[in-house]
Design a protein around this ligand. Structure first.
Ligand code: ZN
Length: 445
């Protein structure tokens, strides 16, 4: 076979296609020095007549030599098996950790996870923007480009494909399924070991020494009135007519949210940090249409916050996402921790934000338990509080739609898959923690 030779070193291989290669797809030596299979060299087996070396970029960056088709396929096959097995392995670890929450707490949540998350968070904290957002944007662009290129190739080669029949299509479909299984399995494995096991740790009530007990409607009503009184006093200190609007940079607010954990970590050392500030999301409006106020992204250990939602709940949302970063993945616990952090703050905005979140949850529970008591409570809301709550309702009504419903269904499925049995409704269980905390501090009889 005639192959042009130039004497180039192996690491600077450029495609130097022979005339035969242009005519035949099977024989395609790229470089004379690559025209032998490493596997055959090491085993001493006789080389096949025709070789199909790796593309030059793989040879250069992966430092792998060329392989004949048979050895390349077998390597790919073994790697596929390894990657596909990662998913079941992670699932078994997740089941095991759910069975032994105390061990999960000691080994993973207070052992491995803080090291992993701090390293990742330090790396992602080197850039001020959300890496999650960048990854999604690049991923969507990549998928679109690949889709267009694939359709173009399909159209160009439609004649040949019709002649070849169904066999190549089935082979391509099988290859796609194997690759998809490898990708999903690897992502699931990373998710489980980067945060998923935290769903199975001991609950915050146990760690904080609260006892969750059934509460009466009177206790719930007393809690609502206490929260209402605190919220009214705090709102009176913010001299704004209409809905609350924060002043200053959102990045300052993010840094402040991270700093607010210093105070609470003195009472609860398990909430101690060493983590960077949450990050505002550029495409926050898109998040609003998806009914999302914040996202913890475990692959970069970033707390991402929707900054387009009503301002009075943004500080508590930041604290909520930061509690996920500290390994508290359950939504009800993250809400309660965010409330505790905000309540300890010396900033009126943070205090008001945390108490309003608690009041919304508690008053919703009161409405379910006794609508008459709820109506009585609502009548006493101050104009400032009413303006904030009305602004919140109107904002989310403007962003209602099919996309939001789909997003809710996905979120609900995600929570159920992580053994939060009542899915999205588990956000309401924050009230039990509020009642337990009040009972411990002597606020309720
Ligand atoms: Zn959350």
């Amino acid at each position: 076979m005639a192959v042009p030779t130039t004497g180039s070193p192996w690491w600077c291989c450029k495609p130097m296609y022979s005339q035969e290669f242009k005519a035949s797809k099977d024989a395609r030596p790229l470089c004379p020095s690559e025209a032998s299979c490493i596997q055959h060299e090491t085993t001493g087996a006789p080389e096949p007549a025709e070789l199909s070396p790796l593309p030059s970029w793989k040879a250069r960056f992966l430092r792998r030599g060329p392989f004949c088709n048979r050895h390349r396929k077998s390597k790919r096959f073994y790697w596929s098996i390894v990657l596909i097995c990662l998913g079941p392995l992670a699932f078994c670890c997740s089941l095991l950790s759910a069975r032994f929450p105390a061990w999960t707490e000691i080994i993973y949540s207070q052992g491995i996870y803080p090291v992993l998350s701090r390293c990742l968070n330090w790396l992602s904290g080197l850039v001020p923007f959300s890496l999650m957002e960048l990854l999604f944007a690049v991923g969507i662009f990549f998928l679109l480009v690949c889709g267009v290129l694939w359709l173009g190739r399909l159209w160009r080669t439609r004649g040949k494909r019709l002649q070849r029949g169904l066999k190549p299509v089935l082979r391509a479909g099988r290859r796609f399924l194997v690759r998809a299984a490898c990708g999903i399995s690897t992502v699931y494995f990373l998710f489980v070991f980067l945060c998923g096991l935290n769903y199975n740790r001991l609950d915050f009530a146990t760690l904080a020494g609260y006892s969750l007990e059934p509460s009466s409607v009177e206790e719930l009503n007393a809690l609502c009135r206490e929260l209402f009184q605190q919220a009214g006093e705090l709102r009176a200190q913010i001299p704004q007519q209409g809905a609350l609007v924060t002043s200053g940079s959102v990045f300052d607010l993010c840094r402040q949210a991270a700093g607010e954990y210093d105070a609470i970590s003195r009472r609860f050392p398990i909430l101690a940090g060493g983590y960077s500030a949450p990050k505002p999301v550029l495409f926050s409006e898109v998040m609003s249409y998806l009914n999302i106020t914040g996202v913890y992204f475990p692959f970069t250990a970033e707390a991402n916050v929707n900054i387009a939602s009503p301002d009075f709940l943004i500080p508590v949302t930041m604290c909520h996402e930061l509690s996920h970063l500290r390994g508290f993945m359950r939504e009800d616990e993250a809400n309660f921790i965010a409330y505790l952090v905000c309540r300890e703050s010396s900033d009126v905005l943070f205090e008001y934000s945390g108490i309003m979140l608690a009041l919304i949850h508690a008053s919703n529970a009161l409405y379910s338990a006794d609508p008459a008591l709820y109506e009585e409570l609502v009548q006493t809301y101050t104009p400032g509080m009413l303006a904030d709550l009305r602004d919140n309702s109107e904002y989310w009504q403007r962003h209602e739609g099919l996309i939001g419903d789909i997003s809710d269904t996905v979120n609900d499925t995600y929570l159920k898959a992580n053994r939060q049995s009542d899915g999205v409704k588990s956000y309401g269980r924050m009230v039990d923690l509020l009642l337990a905390q009040r009972r411990l501090s002597g606020g309720l009889s």
